[in-house]
Design a protein around this ligand. Structure first.
Ligand code: EZ4
Ligand code: CO
Length: 402
């Protein structure tokens, strides 16, 4: 029997921080798993290094389900983003190994191809409406069939989702930046630029918008109603999902579809959202929701309730997660859309291979496993440095949801 012989926690920062787990078997087969938790990278690295790696040595890498149960149920302390990200890294690496051993791409192990390509949505933004509209035009020219639109709210300097030259990167400072927020200003402004986007470009593409947990349920109901004529593909994270019940109130007021899940890490966190059909898209990801094994379970539950997938795919999820997500997206029956932000240029020096975008659709190669390799020499050139997401404060100085 082949056993797990070596497990390494690799940290690098090619334009942004990434933590990667590399598992090597006694047969010399290696598997990669992403373990990046934005702004809390070293907590996961330490959890893996100190509490997971020693448990893996000598175990059978083929027993993916058993390993998942061992690391979830076996440890007594359950759920939470740090634990679930660590479990994800192990799970993803074992799927990569299983594919390489079988000589098959991971999507084949998951049941094979259900679609020819995975529809991606890109991020258009601007410091004003004109700039955002130009960015939407650029995305449509690139072939995107789905585009997310965010504009800085006038007078609110740090509005979520707007790039400051170059690519959008929310974790941008050595200590958390403090950004201002006004719900009133946002509610008065955002519906207008979404309408302007439809006016300029029509309805022949999917338009998305991320509310980023900023509203109360009744405010979200009003926002959803105000944008109904713009026929959004979804409004994302209208309110924090700490209370799944809150979504009942939003549903009473609007037919705008709802997407939730990027900060949620287990099937229990989305259970009622799905079974009560309070959302339309579940946005949990491979890296933060327990790997391919657990995300598949979430998507299968969702399929019973006509809820589709919409995996989080921001640049703080490594190319290993993107590849794993596209393998899963390729195979599941209830795929919706896949977020795709792209990466800083240097990322491709460290991570080779992975998902590729053609005419708005993502695909993975037929290489065995996930199809991503890690370049140690390149990684060594990019040293880790702490970077934090901002915090939001209302105009009176009190903390708001980010
Ligand atoms: O703020 O990934 O939909 N995408 C997002 C992201 C998140 C970051 C947090 O790490 O909301 O930009
Ligand atoms: Co989001």
């Amino acid at each position: 029997m082949s056993t797990i012989e070596r497990v390494e926690v690799l940290i690098t920062s090619p334009g942004r921080n990434f933590v990667t787990l590399r598992v090597t078997t006694s047969d010399g087969v290696t598997g990669l798993g992403d373990a990046t938790l934005n702004g809390r990278e070293l907590a996961v690295a330490s959890y893996l290094e100190n509490h997971v790696v020693p448990l893996l040595i000598g175990r059978d890498p083929a027993r993916i389900e058993d390993m998942w149960q061992y690391l979830f149920r076996g440890v007594y302390w359950r759920r939470g983003p740090v634990t679930m990200t660590a479990i994800s890294a192990v799970d993803t690496a074992l799927w990569d190994i299983k594919g390489k051993v079988a000589g098959l791409p991971v999507y084949q192990l998951l049941g094979g191809r259900s679609r020819e390509g995975v529809m991606a949505y890109g991020h258009a933004s601007g410091s004003d409406v004109e700039e955002m509209l130009d960015d939407v035009a650029r995305h449509l020219e690139l072939g995107y069939k789905a585009v997310r639109a965010q504009v800085a709210v006038p007078g609110i300097a740090g509005t979520y989702g707007v790039k400051k030259g170059g690519a959008y990167e929310p974790a941008n400072s050595a200590l958390p930046e403090e950004q201002a927020w006004s719900t009133e200003a946002y509610l008065g402004f955002a519906p207008g630029y979404l309408a302007a986007t439809r006016e300029r470009f029509g309805f022949d593409f999917h338009l998305l918008h991320d509310v980023h947990h900023r509203l109360t349920p009744i405010e979200a109901g009003r926002f959803g109603k105000d944008v109904e004529e713009s026929r959004l593909f979804w409004m994302e994270d209208p309110t924090p999902a700490d209370s799944q019940d809150a979504f009942r109130l939003i549903r009473k007021h609007t037919t705008t579809p709802i997407a939730v899940g990027e900060v949620l890490s287990s099937i229990y966190d989305v259970q009622h959202l799905i079974t009560e059909q309070l959302i339309d898209y579940v946005r949990c990801t491979v890296v933060h929701a327990g790997g391919i094994t657990h995300l598949r379970r979430i998507f299968d539950l969702a399929a019973l309730y006509q809820v589709r997938s919409g995996s989080h795919g921001a640049s703080d999820l490594s190319p290993v997660t993107q590849a794993a997500a596209v393998h899963l997206d390729t195979a599941i029956p209830n795929f919706g859309v896949q977020e795709y932000m792209g990466y800083p240029e240097q990322v491709a020096e460290v991570f080779h291979g992975g998902a590729t975008l053609t005419d708005g659709f993502l695909n993975v190669s037929d290489e065995p496993g996930l199809g991503v390799t890690y370049d140690d020499e390149a990684a060594a050139r990019f040293e880790y440095s702490p970077k934090y997401l901002p915090v939001a404060r209302r105009l009176d100085g009190s903390i708001h949801d980010w």
